[in-house]
Ligand binder design. Structure first.
Ligand SMILES: Nc1ncnc2c1ncn2[C@@H]1O[C@H](COP(=O)(O)OP(=O)(O)OP(=O)(O)O)[C@@H](O)[C@H]1O
Length: 647
């Protein structure tokens, strides 16, 4: 079937040559729509044969069952009972049709025939009513189950994503897996359950029809199957064409969606206008849309052709089944009443069989995406942060780094190499060095965000490897180089530093005052309750420096024994910078502060200064000692001081 598909697609591609779409088609073949590398495993799955697909079905059904069972046991069980009972009601209804025909065909006056048919007719009506009620109950149960499955899948994904080691975010394979799982995997989990339920419903209907036919005459059963094979083939072919079109177009769709979002988003709006990019970007979106439109039309023609062929062949096979039925009646091999019921059951069975072909294909289709989701979950579990039982001391006297080395995943060189240093309680330590010398990485190691591959970090003599990473992080407050702009209120942006503590307004104000944020927060429309996001009504945005002041306030509010400030003043004006350092020094009473900055004037007062170069410590001491040594630090300091003097 695979070859047949590609053959037909090739024919079609040839047919389109010479049309107005020629350029697009060329582009299409030339790689614009070639399969993105991260979809190769999905393509492999999509190209498997019809029989391979059938073999996979039981496993997929089991997975759907497990998903539903874990999400809501009672509803899943109720749903299954409703489905099976509806199937039984169907069978009872069909068998009762025999009685109706029996009554109507008796050799008595018409009123007596009708009277004889009434009990069976009531049974047919009763069975239909019960089946209808059970189907509605099953639909209600499904309506309850589907969102729960979605919720469970989304929560599973987010729980695992936030549990992995930070360095995993730099792993390309994991990030690709996450993209695919988030893009379609969560929805596929819900869809897989929906489609599996649909399949089971149709299967129970088919079993009922097949059971009735087998009772009436066994030869009718294979005829039923024969009639549905062409429709089933057409359904599978059409779905696979659609799935492969999706695989080819996904890169184009993603790019087009990304551009469309940029055109409509607020952040790039000024640059879009400043660089007069509108026409250029609109042209790009138009080009991508044209590619996907032409491909969609091409595939839909192929799909209609397949469906038409399947329907015609199935029509012939159905006609043959009825001819055989007539022959059975003609030759007296079957009672007339049973013949009427058989015609009814054939009709029902054909309907169910073709629905089964469709729903089995949908289960398979969603199963492909669900496999992506499961793959990501397994990968994330294998990369989850270890959680040893130890708890870091509430406060510490000393943090000791011993020959620590750290390399980012896939990086050629370690970002921090063989670093040994000691932080004592109450000290202010400064890390200086050129861009890329490893300061921020060293800070993340101290904060317990990364784990060194070599060397040890001791908290009062206890190896951090033996401590629960969250308990280490509880003791640290970090002002990041690029603090996150949380789309929350100004107050929450500060209290998120210790979200599990009930915060009184005076405490929030004190932290905001320390971070130099109180004044500008009071000027916002709703002061501390102002939502800091332009994406919402009444939301406000802040300048880079104001966001940084909030980040400093957040760290003050966290009130941790170790405060790490990674260029906390990069966006601050001179006065704000002076104030923040003043407060940092006050805060250092009883706490340890690690300061990373390029402003040499700010590090003069530090108890100890470490100079990093290519990940190693090349100089250390206080300001006077380092100036006397006349090394890198002295050069950097003199350079900046002379620049200020010239200014
Ligand atoms: N996530 C990452 N993945 C791979 N390499 C990284 C990553 N982050 C940083 N690096 C590399 O590690 C080295 C140290 O980077 P780091 O950010 O620690 O330097 P820095 O001294 O803080 O620089 P800056 O002064 O510019 O902030 C650099 O060579 C950088 O390219």
């Amino acid at each position: 079937m695979r070859d047949a598909d590609s053959g037909q697609e090739k024919d079609n591609a040839t047919a389109t040559k010479g049309t107005a779409d020629e350029d697009l088609q060329d582009e299409f073949e030339d790689g614009e729509l070639s399969l993105p590398y991260w979809l190769t495993s999905t393509e492999e799955a999509a190209n498997t044969s019809f029989w391979q697909m059938l073999k996979r079905l039981p496993r997929l059904l089991r997975e759907a069952w497990l998903l539903a069972w874990r999400a809501d046991r009672r509803t899943t069980a109720a749903l299954l009972v409703c489905q099976i009972a509806a199937g039984v009601a169907s069978a009872v209804g069909m068998m009762s049709v025999v009685g109706v025909f029996d009554g109507l065909l008796q050799d008595v006056p018409t009123p007596d025939r009708v009277r004889a048919a009434v009990p069976s007719l009531l049974l047919v009506i009763g069975a239909a009513a019960v089946r209808g009620a059970l189907t509605s109950a099953a639909a209600a149960a499904n309506g309850r189950l589907a969102p729960k499955v979605y919720q469970a899948a989304e929560m599973r994904l987010l729980t695992l994503t936030t549990q992995v080691e930070l360095s995993t975010f730099d792993n390309v394979e994991w990030r690709d897996a996450m993209e695919r799982a988030r893009d379609r995997g969560i929805a596929a989990a819900e869809q897989l359950v929906n489609r599996a339920i649909e399949l089971v419903t149709n299967l129970t209907g088919l079993i009922a029809a097949a059971g009735v036919l087998a009772v009436l005459h066994p030869i009718l059963l294979p005829l039923l199957v024969l009639a549905v094979v062409p429709i089933g083939w057409a359904a599978v072919r059409s779905a696979r064409l659609g799935h492969r079109r999706m695989l080819r177009l996904i890169a184009v769709w993603r790019r087009q969606r990304m551009l469309a979002e940029l055109l409509a988003a607020r952040e790039p709006a000024p640059e879009l206008r400043a660089f007069t990019l509108r026409k250029f970007l609109l042209g790009e979106v138009r080009r991508l849309l044209a590619i996907s439109t032409s491909e969609e039309i091409r595939v839909s023609v192929l799909q209609v052709r397949a469906t038409l062929l399947g329907t015609v062949l199935s029509g012939f096979a159905t006609a043959f089944a009825y001819v055989v039925l007539l022959w059975l009646l003609w030759t007296g091999r079957m009672e007339l009443a049973a013949g009427g019921a058989a015609a009814y059951a054939i009709n029902m069975g054909i309907g169910k069989l073709s629905e089964i072909a469709f729903s089995a294909n949908r289960v398979f289709d969603q199963g492909l995406y669900f496999a992506d989701f499961q793959g990501f979950c397994e990968l994330s579990r294998s990369r989850a942060e270890p959680a040893p039982g130890g708890v870091a001391p509430p406060s510490f006297q000393e943090i000791d780094l011993q020959a620590v080395t750290f390399r980012y995943p896939d990086a050629d060189h370690p970002a921090v190499r063989d670093v040994s240093l000691t932080l004592r309680r109450g000290e202010v330590i400064a890390l200086v060095g050129e861009n890329g010398s490893g300061k921020s990485t060293l800070a993340t190691l101290l904060a317990g965000l990364h784990r060194p591959q070599q060397g040890r970090i001791l908290w009062d003599g206890v190896d951090a490897e033996r401590l629960d990473p969250d308990s280490v992080r509880e003791r640290v407050a970090v002002v990041m180089q690029e603090p996150t702009r949380w789309p929350l209120s100004a107050r929450a942006n500060i209290t998120i530093g210790r979200h599990d503590r009930v915060a009184s307004m005076p405490e929030v104000r004190a932290a905001a005052g320390a971070g130099n944020a109180h004044e500008f927060v009071m000027e916002l429309s709703r002061q501390y309750e102002t939502l800091l996001s332009r994406h919402f009504i009444d939301g406000a945005d802040l300048s880079g420096g104001q966001w940084q002041r909030l980040a400093v306030s957040r760290a003050f509010f966290r009130d941790a024994p170790l405060l790490i400030c990674d260029e906390p003043t990069a966006n601050l004006d001179a006065r704000a910078e002076h104030d923040v350092y003043q407060r940092l020094r006050e805060l250092a009473e009883g706490r340890t502060v690690v300061l990373i900055t390029h402003r040499m004037a700010s590090v003069r007062e530090a108890d100890r200064i470490y100079v990093l170069d290519h990940g190693t410590i090349v100089e250390q001491g206080d300001h006077e000692e380092l100036m006397a040594a006349d090394g890198i630090y002295a050069q950097m300091f003199t350079l900046q001081a002379s620049a200020y003097q010239m200014a």
